[in-house]
Design a protein around this ligand. Structure first.
Ligand SMILES: [Zn+2]
Length: 511
């Protein structure tokens, strides 16, 4: 609306807010969450203009807007905050509702936790101490004064889902409200907190060169998400260990779970970590039936890359330096002098921490097929990777939920060799009718390794029969265990990496 006789333009818009995620918008009678980039309009050519954002509130609600100071009207029905430009508005996630809040102090800064949706499910007694310990360990990675005045976590506890979105001085988290038990699920949440918090340094400030002037109108590609996300994903679990909220055995079980994911991902031989980073906008967030065969995940495989790089730095520097030092060097040489980093900067920082040139090693991990030498890296700590054989005959497919319709066929498996395709609905095995709830037992009963079974399926409305020869997986579930008698050097490296706690039985359990 253009007002006559004035140079003002009034624009009204409505936003459909029905997606509960940290990057979109959601509003019900229970609470409202929105990410600024999802709901706010800014004048073209005026993205550096400041704004005051006014939010009308139902009775008894309050508003948290990232770490921005919010002022509320006397009757509590209107809250407002200011932003200096569009960037800050996009970087200020908002949560409104009947909010639960508490603060903890770490590294001389206030850290506010604002939560909705717990529905009476209580966290452990040690919740605040655990969060404090995790934040303290995280802030210590880069050391010094935290680069923000105050930090805020906005957490949406819901029915399901897990994820986070980092901002300059806040983070939005989604987690299941049942996350506080069992212990493994609680530690998963603490690792998410560590992950998003560490991003305040790694990626919100120290960032790939391509993200220096982020263009909000289009996808912004970089080959370096294995640093921004992979290094962060490696450290988030490790920070829980350093904080004392998990044990070495459970930490190693989480590392082994990344190995499990890698072993069923043939795409890592087709696409490098650098390419996976570059294609994030196209592939990672738009998965389809070919994802595992054609691509790789720069989070979990990036975490394994970070682990072998950490081990290499520790080995070459005789235990004097670690991946943390490489990150601090990268910070000092790029963000601290006002620029983004490129691949060479990352290699230089890693090499400087190691005290020897590791460029070829890093290139090999990130610019070609991904096949990290985990045996050597674990060997430094007197650990080894065991693959526990699975004696269930393998088919090599994933089904749609609640169906026997194939969602994906893994390359190099009996299903692929037998000509099965995504979209095929399996109806019978050796003439025995299968249903979602009986498939596993019928498959296991019929499928002896080396003997063909007859699969009846429907494809595009036509019945077909295929002979499939099951096999046993060449690699079963990964487990990281101690070698029988680690030597002195291995013990020293292990202590420096995993702390002084005894490793115990390294087949981790959920206790
Ligand atoms: Zn992340």
């Amino acid at each position: 609306m253009v007002l006559a006789g004035s140079n003002e333009v009034l624009v009204r818009w409505q936003v459909y807010a029905r997606e509960l995620s940290v990057r979109t918008a959601y509003a019900t009678a229970d609470f409202a969450f929105w990410s600024g980039g999802n709901v706010l309009l800014w004048p073209v050519g005026g993205t550096d203009l400041p704004a005051e954002i006014v939010v009308g509130l139902p009775a008894a609600w309050s508003l948290a807007a990232g770490s921005a100071p919010v002022s509320t009207s006397d009757d509590g029905r209107e809250a407002r905050f200011s932003v200096r430009d569009q960037d800050q508005a996009v970087d200020t996630p908002c949560l409104a509702g009947r909010l639960e809040e508490f603060e903890v102090a770490v590294a001389g800064r206030s850290h506010r936790f604002v939560e909705v949706g717990r529905a009476g499910l209580a966290p452990p007694q040690s919740y605040r101490e655990d969060l404090t310990a995790v934040l303290r360990a995280s802030a210590a990675v880069f050391g010094g004064e935290p680069p923000f005045a105050r930090f805020t976590f906005l957490t949406l506890f819901g029915e399901r889902g897990r994820g986070g979105l980092e901002h300059m001085d806040s983070a939005a988290l989604v987690a299941p409200r049942t996350t506080f038990a069992p212990r493994s699920s609680y530690e998963d949440y603490l690792a998410l907190v560590a992950h998003e918090y560490l991003h305040a340094w790694n990626v919100k400030r120290m960032r790939p060169r391509e993200f220096e002037g982020y263009d909000l109108e289009c996808e912004n590609h970089t080959e370096l998400l294995w640093v921004a996300e992979g290094f962060t994903a490696y450290l988030d679990d490790l920070l829980c260990l350093r904080a004392g909220v998990t044990t070495p055995a459970r930490y190693l079980a989480r590392l082994a779970s990344h190995v499990d994911a890698m072993l069923v991902n043939p795409g890592r031989f087709r696409q490098s970590l650098a390419e996976a980073s570059f294609d994030a906008w196209l592939l990672l967030y738009r998965p389809d039936e070919s994802t595992r065969n054609a691509t790789q995940n720069y989070y979990t495989n990036g975490a394994l890359a970070a682990f072998v790089i950490d081990a290499a730095i520790r080995e070459h520097s005789s235990g004097r330096h670690t991946l943390d030092d490489a990150l601090r060097i990268l910070w000092r040489d790029t963000y601290a002098v006002g620029r983004g980093y490129d691949h060479r900067d990352v290699c230089s920082a890693i090499s400087a921490a190691a005290g020897t040139k590791l460029d070829d090693f890093v290139d090999g991990l990130t610019r070609g097929p991904f096949d990290p030498d985990l045996t050597s890296a674990l060997g430094l700590f007197g650990l080894r990777l065991e693959l526990v054989d699975d004696d269930t005959p393998r088919l090599g497919v994933r089904f749609d939920a609640q169906h026997t319709t194939i969602a994906a066929v893994q390359d190099g498996t009996p299903a692929e060799r037998g000509g099965l395709c995504p979209g095929d609905e399996i109806l019978a095995i050796d003439r025995l009718r299968v249903r979602p709830e009986t498939f596993a037992s019928i498959w296991t009963a019929c499928a002896g390794a080396g003997r063909a079974v007859r699969v009846l399926l429907a494809r595009e409305g036509l019945l077909r029969e295929h002979d499939v020869v099951p096999d046993h997986p060449t690699s079963g579930k990964a487990r990281i265990t101690s070698v029988a008698e680690p030597n002195e050097s291995q013990c020293a490296h292990r202590r420096a990496w995993l702390g002084a706690m005894p490793l115990g039985n390294s087949t981790a359990s959920d206790d």
